[in-house]
Design a protein around this ligand. Structure first.
Ligand SMILES: [Zn+2]
Length: 99
């Protein structure tokens, strides 16, 4: 995960993060009390959201509401890349903040 824009750049409210998930890989299955705004840049994934699973691909935009369980699983042949926005009040510097 790479922070493209965050507190270290002086952003007071929002951080933009870039994720790369290798083929067969996945982000943690988790939830938290803040939302995500996500755009898929490259690749194909199955996104678990609550109790449902959605196939998503490059160009798709997702809103992950607070307190919803979610996970991104790369099901494509190449890397899955996406941008994920979070509040800067969350510690984006953690090694595995998930998405
Ligand atoms: Zn998350």
């Amino acid at each position: 995960m790479e922070i493209l824009v965050g507190r270290q750049h002086g952003a007071p409210n929002f951080a933009m993060r870039h994720y790369v998930v290798e083929p067969g890989g996945h982000t943690p299955h988790h939830s938290h009390d803040y939302e995500h705004e996500v755009i898929i840049i490259d690749g194909e994934a199955d996104v678990t959201y609550g109790t449902s699973v959605h196939r998503i691909r490059a160009g798709d935009v997702l809103f992950i509401a607070p307190n919803q369980m979610h996970q991104f699983r790369n099901v494509g042949a190449g890397p899955l890349r996406f941008l994920c926005m979070v509040p800067t009040s969350f510690d984006c510097g953690k090694p595995t903040p998930g998405s």
